[in-house]
Design a protein around this ligand. Sequence first.
Ligand SMILES: Cc1ncc(COP(=O)(O)O)c(C=O)c1O
Length: 365
Amino acid sequence: MAIGLMDIKGQYAELQERIESAVLEVLRSGRAILGPNVKAFEDEATAFLGTAGAVGVANGTDGVTIALQALGIGVGDEVITTPFTFYATVESIVQAGATPVFVDIQPDTLNIDPARLEAVVTPRTKAIVPVDLFGLPADADAVNAVAAAHGLKVVEDACQAFGARYKGRRAGSLGDLAVFSFFPTKNLGAYGDGGLVTGNDTEALQRARELRFHGSKDKKTFTAMGYNSRLDEVQAAILRIELEVLDAWNARRAQVAAWYDRHLPRQVLRPVVPADCTHVYHLYMMRHPQRDAIAAALAERQIDCAAYYTTPLQLQPALADLGHELGDFPVTDAAAAQNLALPMHPNLTEQAVQEVAAGVAAGLA
Ligand SMILES: Cc1ncc(COP(=O)(O)O)c(C=O)c1O
């Protein structure tokens, strides 16, 4: 039987009655934008994450731009980030008016390598954007130490990591501000676009709240050039229900990951999880130099898989001005060439995992 990469329909079925009645309630309420569900979701997410507050926005891409702008980052500033992430991370930095500066990733976690940060700090550097890639928090203490030493802001791109933990703290609480995406495939996924700006800087959160509504506190006086970037009531009502089960869903993902760790062929590199972190496996990313052969063997068996970020950001045409070439970030280049996401969702069985593992082994034969 075919095995899908994700299972949005299965997750929906589990909550179907609750989601449908909550959506109906919103439709009948006549409140579509920034109503009681958005407010309640912001409060519930704040309590879940242990942050100072949260601001619902239209998507994660806007969220990162708004977070940077709320922290005073703009034209002429440099922002350090990873080249091994979704394009939106760097797009948001450019949309905020700043110039992205890349440093390579760690070979084990695939997250930004804090040991490489100092070398690229200049007088124009104003912020660092670490990404909690595939559901694993970046090394926040090490990143924050460099930021503190140079007076930089930290915006945690936690778009892929709702529910993950770093030394007991939740992803989303690790920098000055942080951002989540609720794109439907995310662990906490909406039924459309959605996002959240959260974090510990109360004043910056207030600015983000204004920026999402055209730079206005009261809809009458406009104090900044902002955005029309609001979370809507239907999405917020659904997210509130999913937030209640998210830890349980993430625990089931962790069980699936443990089965992969057990059943995959020995030669395949598995995700590395530092002892003090919880990975929420937005994606289960294996690595092997024969990635394409493995993908072909899986496709033959009707098993979905996907290579991610195969052209890393430093080599994207839109960023040609930065002047990078293959080899500038060799750890990123290797990750781009070798990664393969295997099916991962809360409803995957051990038997299905064994079938995937057998497909991976066939690709290596
Ligand atoms: C790491 C990362 N940053 C930013 C984004 C942007 O989020 P959105 O798609 O909600 O705009 C995503 C989502 O896909 C992401 O994975």
